[in-house]
Design a protein around this ligand. Sequence first.
Ligand code: BT5
Length: 248
Amino acid sequence: MVTSENTVIGKKVLRYGAVVSTNMLAKKMAQDKVEEGTVILGESQTVGRGRKNREWYSPPGGLWFSIILYPELDPKNSMLATMCASVAVVEGIKRVTDISADVKWPNDVLIDGKKVAGILTEIHAVPGELKYVVVGIGINVNNDIPTELRETAVSMKDEMCAEIHRDELLDEILESMDDKYALLKKGCWDDIRELWLASCNIMGGKVRVHEHDSTRSGLVKGIDDLGHLILDIDGETVTVASGDIELL
Ligand code: BT5
């Protein structure tokens, strides 16, 4: 439960009906310097977005929300916020349903190989200084999945064959995020990395990485402090900053 013990995250949750995108609202509010940890929740989104402006399907029944943060971080370390959120989503799902979900680099949460949640972290920075971070989290909870996404996406309701209590799930995720964010603020980045690695099922596995217009395959060795994927490609250690991976 979100209680007064939550130090930063979710002390204030602003709930809306249909919104354009909770990230868009959150970015405006962050510019106006609303309280850190404020959560913006929309019942649905008309222009929900993923990375690279990809469409994010967000009808009523899911959990679509954004968290506003002002961490004292170098902008290059902002992936830590995504890692905290991924682990918090995995923990929240586990606490509410006992399902063990996995994180998938860089920003997905999967159940049995299908995407149940995605995270879009957006930052505003001036050289060397992070002004704000908005962590947008989208979770398929009680919503249906459209036919074109059924191969790759799943909802918690379909997995459990029962409706999920969304507020309970939200509370658990926010409580877990509060703990992880405290680690981030204390500089305990190795702890965050270890939690992330413990929730990830790709360690040692073979993956194909799609970056911009190139593709390469390798064995996953871990992730570094910047949240970059470390791969072994034909005996050579390579780090990948961004992209999409496919498990082989
Ligand atoms: C993501 O992008 O996974 C980040 C999604 C973040 C959504 C949240 S909801 C609250 C906040 N407000 C926003 O506007 N966004 C955030 P990416 O890794 O680029 O994945 C996008 C791809 O996932 C799409 O191209 C589809 O293939 C697929 N997809 C779209 N909607 C989906 C859904 N509901 N469930 C699973 N997959 C989906």
